[in-house]
Design a protein around this ligand. Structure first.
Ligand SMILES: *[C@@H]1O[C@H](CO)[C@@H](O)[C@H](O)[C@H]1NC(C)=O
Ligand SMILES: *[C@@H]1O[C@H](CO)[C@@H](O)[C@H](O)[C@H]1NC(C)=O
Ligand SMILES: *[C@@H]1O[C@H](CO)[C@@H](O)[C@H](O)[C@H]1NC(C)=O
Ligand SMILES: [Zn+2]
Length: 605
């Protein structure tokens, strides 16, 4: 759906505020912020004593979207300059001014508060849409969005996919430009009834206490959905219409895998636009915050894969008065022990996202211990230093090991049915998270070879992943491995060299949005006036896993400012007292409209 320029003249100013009913103001308590992508940094900081403060590199100068220069020509962790919209500079400035008005703040708080009040919990056991009434709450969200965003409703094409998925198309005037896809999800994780008393404000209240908007979903991910819509509503209100088409896709079951929402929306887009047809995809994910004394933004540029493996061992049943030395359960136990005694090899590889992140932290982290900084720099050229660095990181923070390797975790075990009967079968589910640089084939091969010894030891016919690997002469039963779910690791979005243009637009937009606000009194431990951007690897998956074929430039970032004990700008967790700092929310909106405007001027290589 496209618009000609005549529509611009008729676009209205947004009706701020929409309501005469300000949210309630109450007292708050502090909480520790969101699932930070900075795990690795936080853990390492704990091990090393604080180092000397190093001088900051020069603050970036501003460039227009046409000139996507890199800062300083430094080969380690190149940084994009602040990227300020050129063609639409005036629109950008006007929207920036609107952000600081009380009228807009009231409107933004009202918009997110209303969305938080819609109790769209996702439960792991939900049946198909249409067969489980718990989905129906999302109809209320649809109605709410129509009411709260009249301009979007008027100027974007809205399609409903699989009853509750939302697909908005903001048609651009130049169909030769690949569209921009912006994702978010309207569902939340459930609130544990046992924790209700621990919430300072009730989880579905959407209360505003003057600083925070409270409630489940306020951070994850209604801030992303409502923030994106506010940015677009503002742009329409200022008479802006896109040349590059912008598409919004909002799922409703991200927290339980996204199959019903994103899983249905993606095929619609695949069919309509074809493979690799989007300039970039933006979804929830990374945030920005202080690490090693500097401010880093951490867009996720890849995701690990995952695979659940069902191990099953069968054997003859019978009465337990005349048992064999090992029952199926005993053999399965041996297999589990064998697996746990054989962890996947973990290595810090230079090609990994985590390594590139370390380089960025070493390059720009003002307070990093000089010895660690030197070790990281030496590791770029010395294999010995790389090994030493790996040793330091792994012993300082075992969690780092899990980020740079495939993991395994036996999470379900089943077997047996009577106290006096031999179990005919016993099974276990092994959950793997597949390293970003590995593959399901490598993991299957590793599991198959690791467990072959169990088949031989107990004379089991061995069927790993559909193959007939080993046949025992003295057959006692079967041993099979089956992948019940499988997600390959995602492609890694380019962040350097050719193909990294979309990443530089993202980085430059982050820097421009950050620089546009004076963060001096925001509660930081000290004044930090420069933001650096580093690629990151989120520990989980988002809805982007359904969209890999549509773009090589997929970024998981929402300009949230994760909380820390030092500065109380709240983020959000799947926990009690989820809340969103109003300033953080307004800056998310600034980031969204900055990014949308900059993407208008981006020229694909
Ligand atoms: C839908 O619900 C009915 C009744 O609750 C149940 O019998 C049926 O198996 C369900 N269908 C699916 C596809 O889950
Ligand atoms: C082992 O597998 C074979 C082939 O699938 C099957 O015929 C046999 O009954 C199984 N034996 C046991 C003890 O499970
Ligand atoms: C930012 O705010 C602080 C304190 O309010 C002020 O001292 C400083 O001059 C401001 N900086 C800029 C660049 O406006
Ligand atoms: Zn989320």
């Amino acid at each position: 759906m496209g618009f000609d320029t005549k529509d611009k003249a008729t676009a209205q100013q947004p009706p701020y505020p929409l309501h005469n009913d300000p949210p309630r103001f109450r007292k708050i308590s502090r909480y520790i912020g969101s699932l930070s992508l900075a795990l690795i940094a936080a853990s390492v900081a704990y091990y090393f004593c604080p180092g000397r403060l190093l001088a900051h590199p020069a603050v970036a100068s501003e460039h227009t979207a046409q000139g996507q220069h890199l800062r300083g020509g430094d080969p380690v962790c190149p940084q994009a300059d602040a990227l300020v919209p050129g063609v639409n500079h005036d629109v950008w400035l006007t929207l920036g001014e609107a952000l600081s008005t009380q009228g807009f703040q009231d409107h933004a708080v009202y918009a997110i508060s209303g969305a938080v009040q819609i109790k769209g919990e996702s439960f792991i056991d939900m049946g198909p849409v249409g067969n489980d009434s718990r989905w129906e709450v999302h109809a209320a969200m649809h109605e709410y969005l129509v009411r709260a965003f009249p301009l979007i409703n008027k100027f974007l094409k809205r399609e409903i996919v699989n009853t509750y998925g939302l697909l908005y198309t903001w048609g651009g005037s130049d169909p030769s430009l690949k569209p921009l896809l912006m994702l978010a999800h309207m569902d939340t994780v459930p609130v544990d009834e046992d924790t209700l008393r621990e919430w300072t404000h009730p989880p579905w209240s959407g209360d505003f206490d003057g600083t925070y908007i409270w409630g489940r979903g306020s951070a994850d991910d209604k801030s992303g959905m409502i923030g994106t819509m506010l940015a677009i509503e503002m742009l329409i209100g200022r008479g802006f219409f896109p040349t590059r088409t912008v598409i919004l896709a909002f799922g409703f079951d991200e927290e339980i895998g996204g199959v019903q929402g994103a899983g249905h929306i993606s095929p619609v887009l695949q069919q309509r636009y074809g493979p690799n047809s989007f300039a970039a995809i933006l979804d929830e994910g990374g945030s920005f915050g202080e690490e090693y004394g500097s401010i880093f933004a951490s867009p996720g540029v890849a995701e690990k894969g995952s695979m659940n493996v069902r191990m099953e061992i069968t054997g003859a049943g019978g009465h337990s008065s005349v048992p064999p030395a090992h029952t199926s359960i005993g053999k399965l136990a041996a297999a589990i022990v064998k697996l746990e005694d054989s962890p996947f090899e973990a290595h810090l590889l230079r090609e990994s996202v985590i390594y590139r992140r370390l380089l960025c932290l070493a390059q720009y982290g003002a307070d990093m211990d000089p010895m660690l900084r030197q070790k990281i720099k030496d590791s770029m050229t010395s294999d010995q230093s790389l090994l030493e660095l790996e040793g330091i990181l792994f012993s300082a923070a075992p969690v780092v090991k899990t980020l740079v390797s495939t993991t395994q975790s036996v999470n379900i075990v089943q077997g047996g049915f009577a106290q006096n009967a031999l179990p005919e079968r016993a099974s276990a589910i092994v959950n793997h998270r597949i390293d970003s640089l590995s593959s399901s084939a490598a993991v299957k091969a590793r599991d198959a070879s690791t467990l072959e010894e169990i088949a031989r030891r107990f004379n089991l016919n061995y069927h790993p992943f559909g193959t007939a690997n080993y046949h025992s002469a003295a057959f006692t039963g079967n041993f099979s491995l089956v992948a019940t779910t499988l997600l390959e690791p995602s492609p890694i979005s380019p962040t350097e060299g050719v193909g990294a243009g979309a990443y530089h637009v993202l980085s430059g937009s982050i820097v421009a949005a950050y620089n546009a606000y004076n963060w001096t009194n925001s509660g930081r431990s000290k004044e930090v006036d420069t933001i650096f951007v580093t690629p990151a690897l989120p520990s989980g998956n988002t809805d982007t896993r359904f969209y890999w074929d549509l773009s090589s430039n997929i970024f998981r970032y929402n300009h949230d400012n994760f909380g820390s004990p030092e500065h109380p700008l709240g983020g959000g967790v799947h926990s009690v007292n989820e809340r969103l700092h109003v300033r953080v929310f307004l800056e998310m909106v600034r980031f969204y409209f900055t990014y949308i405007l900059n993407m208008q001027e981006y020229h694909e290589a």
